[in-house]
Design a protein around this ligand. Structure first.
Ligand code: ADP
Ligand code: MG
Length: 202
């Protein structure tokens, strides 16, 4: 039997700048208020190895991220630092490790229907300059590819969120042990998922 959609899970990391900007509560409340369920949470300072492995769990990540960054430049009529996506990503990975190991992060698992897509929608696009208004990255960050490049650093966008269901499951295994994950019910799930809505009226 296939799993109910409400069991979909995604990994979210509040990056070191999110912690420094005192956005932990705000970010958690954004995912909580839409109806997702927090099933695991911890604060830690990641090692360089953890970050490098995290970003390369998906063998396609280097190519996809390089292409997306190049498009970010060309869409604005700017010249990308290189036309080779893999060269672009090699630089990104280096600065990303520095960024993500600079201080504590909060790693979380959020569960619910379409968890991956819903969290990406609320989080917003990678480059805060062009992330939609109303998204977390769009509302709380003003960074851009051109500024992060000029300063030789990673884009500071306060959050990591898994990009696909497969990526999410791999990343969850990378960050959490099975016994750190809480399987439990919250009462709001009755209203969100129960097909009958029995028991409201007295
Ligand atoms: P997302 O986090 O939106 O899934 P990616 O997986 O493509 O984005 O990239 C991972 C992270 O690497 C981004 O969140 C950002 O912090 C950083 N990053 C991506 N592209 C660039 C770039 N061109 N320059 C600097 N940092 C980048
Ligand atoms: Mg990604």
């Amino acid at each position: 039997m296939s799993k109910h959609p409400s069991s979909e899970r995604t990994l979210v990391i509040i990056k070191p700048d999110g912690i420094q900007r005192s956005l932990i509560g705000e970010i958690i409340s954004r995912y909580e208020r839409i109806g997702l369920k927090l099933t695991a949470v911890k604060m830690l300072v990641p090692t360089a190895d953890m970050i490098e492995r995290h970003y390369t769990l998906d063998p396609e990540w280097r190519m996809k991220t390089g292409l997306k960054s190049i498009k970010g430049y060309t869409d604005k009529g700017l010249k990308p630092p290189s036309t080779d996506p893999l060269k672009v990503t090699e630089k990104i990975l280096k600065v990303l490790v520095k960024y993500m190991t600079s201080g504590p992060v909060v790693a979380m698992i959020w569960q619910g229907a379409h968890a991956v897509q819903i969290v990406r929608k609320i989080t917003g696009g990678t480059e805060p300059l062009t992330s939609d208004v109303g998204t977390i990255r769009g509302d709380y960050v003003l960074d851009s590819y051109s500024m992060s490049d000029a300063d030789g650093r990673a884009i500071r966008n306060v959050i990591h969120a898994s990009g696909s269901v497969n990526e999410a499951e791999d990343e969850i295994k990378h960050w959490f042990k099975e016994n750190e994950i809480n399987n439990y019910k919250i009462v709001s799930e009755q209203i969100i998922y129960n097909s009958d809505l029995d028991g409201i009226l007295e």
